[in-house]
Design a protein. Structure first.
Lengths: 113, 109
């Protein structure tokens, strides 16, 4: 069964450093998402991406965040200058169309120290 | 602000017990309700996508019902097995997923 793959599974970074979280969505999917879960809190929406542009973003997704789909395969989330409060599990998800279910990756655990 | 709530937060049952959890969501502007099963270190696994009021879906020993007018969904597990141990997430789909906090189920052999 097709999978969404995320790398790395765990990343530790120093506060203020830039990180790039990588995702390979399912190849024929058209909609792409990033979600995150801070430990002990709900999974929360960050951003959705369709037709090579951001379609919606949450209040969390401020100027330090950006997304890219550079080569039609990878879908990346960049955090420019990490803060301690960015420590969370980051999930990538994709879906084929607007009425379909989402397929999630297994997540990248980001720890900012 | 859209708020999705799940109860209970955690549940411990014996193997063979049947159990159920609740997901409540705002009934206005409803589009779809998703259920996921999430084991530690794995991807959340899609169980059901429900759209119609009164809808009932089944996958093996797991089933779910939906009431869009009153804004709730129930997930049932019949004859729980240790491998059912996981966190069960519901999410309201409004173009993006708004998640509840999850119900963590532990099934003891």
């Amino acid at each position: 069964e097709p999978e969404v793959t995320q790398t790395p599974s765990h990343q530790v970074t120093q506060m203020g450093q830039e990180v790039i979280l990588r995702c390979v969505p399912i190849s024929n999917h058209l909609y792409f998402y990033w979600y995150r879960q801070i430990l002990g809190q709900k999974v929360e929406f960050l951003v959705s991406f369709y037709n090579n542009e951001i379609s919606e973003k949450s209040e969390i997704f401020d100027d330090q965040f950006s997304v890219e789909r550079p080569d039609g395969s990878n879908f990346t989330l960049k955090i420019r200058s990490t803060k301690l409060e960015d420590s969370a599990m980051y999930f990538c998800a994709s879906k084929l169309g607007s009425i379909y279910g989402y397929t999630f990756g297994s997540g990248t655990r980001l720890t900012v120290v | 602000i859209l708020n999705v709530e799940q109860s209970p937060q955690s549940l411990h049952v014996q193997e063979g017990d049947s159990t159920n959890f609740t997901c409540s969501f705002p009934s206005s502007n409803f589009y779809a309700l998703h259920w996921y099963r999430w084991e530690t270190a794995k991807s959340p696994e899609a169980l059901f996508v429900m759209t119609l009021n009164g809808d009932e879906k089944k996958k093996g020993r797991i089933s779910a019902t939906l009431n869009t007018k009153e804004g709730y969904s129930y997930l049932y597990i019949k004859g729980s097995q240790p491998e059912d141990s996981a966190t069960y997430l519901c999410a309201s789909n409004t173009g993006k997923l708004i998640f509840g906090q999850g119900t963590t189920l532990q099934v003891k052999p």
